[in-house]
Write a protein that binds this ligand. Sequence first.
Ligand code: 5AD
Ligand code: SF4
Length: 445
Amino acid sequence: MPPKSFTYFIKVFGCQMNYADAEKIFSTLAKKGWKKAADLSSAHLLVAVSCGVRQGAEDRVINWLEKTRKTNPGAILVLAGCLGHREDLKQRLRNIVDYFLPAGKRLPSSLINPLYPVLAKGESAYGGNPIYLSRAYIPITVGCDNFCSYCVVPYARGRERSLPPENIIKKAKNLVKKGYKELFLLGQNVNSYRGADRKGKVWTFSQILRTLNAVPGNFWIKFISSHPKDINREMMLAVKDCRKVSKNLHLPLQSGSNKILLAMNRKYRRSDYLATVNEIKKNIPDVVLSTDIIVGFPGETARDFRASLSAVREVGFEMLYALKYSPRPETAAFKLKDDVPAWMKKERQQKLDRVWKKIALKKNKRFLGKNTLILIDRIKQKTNRKGSVNFYALGKNFENKDVAALIKRSGKSKHNLAGKWGVARINQVGALGLSGELVEGEKNV
Ligand code: 5AD
Ligand code: SF4
């Protein structure tokens, strides 16, 4: 007997772009009648949407593939995402992985055309499997042309392409109609968006923001990442003017040292970045700035690192990802000697973490005693020291801060809060987020 329906299991590693890729894979499979498997060991098709941005990420993917192959020897195993194009891995994993799918590509029909498709009536393109209940990721640009010397993205995802504005707007309207409350625009470099419409007119990122902001409905618009070199006044004003657009700007700095910025091929100097930030602060007074900093790039001296620290203090980032440099095959920096020892990278990472967390803690105090609107992602159960069980609504607010809010109501209805708006009264803040109580019975939006 053939199986009633074919089932898949998708494991996502890495960034939001991979979640968007995973949703594309879901929707292709759902259209062909595939169902989500109850677990990994029973699935007919297993897909790893991989991350290759650092060696640690690559190692985690390979471990998962090896373990999974043992757990489910009969399934078709696909390596998708940022490692899907790597020739060396094709060789190394040839006895484990059946199919390699480069990032952003669709599954070939030969692989997924089951003999007995059983698409349920009315099943959505997302196959009933959205990753978040009410946050939808919309890629607006894919690939990257910047070729930062440490980065695999231009090799893994190819040259930058902008999706047509009509497609983005149509997709956004559909998602809002379906009840999604947060549209997360994705791109390696959203602010270099240049998509041509059917008439051949080229749109900018600001035009996309303003148009989406005008779509009726209660929803938020967030986006990552912006490249500091492509921020202009037009974009700052669009972010400021658009009520639905979050004021969180993620603006990767990577290093505060001009020498390192040059070696990284970032195309701006420290002073350019700081001047941009000043302009942003002037134009968007309630801006929340976050960033990425790489520590231990080849040739980074103690002095270069101090320059990163001082830039972080000067800007006052409220969230920062400190990343240890990891040499990646194919990139220009791969040829450089990885000369900062691992222990020193770790020390710099920890130092950076201490500095930004102090800033964030101080800045987060502005939320104390205030109500903040959150989009609830999930409900978490926690047993306290006395043994009693508490339930928390976990989500993010407009500023993109993590919020945990104690739910006081009893009964089952609390589980239905996931995917809904909630108001949290903040009574405690940390560097990483805010916590408080869910305010019940209050009008939300
Ligand atoms: N090593 C360390 N960090 C890296 N990133 C990208 N490539 C590397 C690498 N080879 C970081 C950058 C980027 C973030 C997504 O990952 O800081 O902004
Ligand atoms: Fe990588 Fe630089 Fe492109 Fe960002 S801008 S994806 S760091 S090459």
